[in-house]
Write a new protein. Sequence first.
Length: 78
Amino acid sequence: MDREYFFNKQRQLSQEREKDLKRKQDNLDFHLKKNPSYSYASIPNMRDALRKVQTGKHKDTTIDAEYDRLVNSNYKYK
């Protein structure tokens, strides 16, 4: 009796773990299909994007002139 009880209990726990794993995998697949930005696609080439911004139509527009001065100069904090 004890052996049968523990066998059934382990079997039940195993089935619950499999159901939980299946549910998590289905959830992940659903969200990857719903949000393609979270898929494991190749990383875009950000250097080309930066070059387009720097040499494009709005190349003289900066968000913050002070930030631009700090980043694009030899200014160092002391």
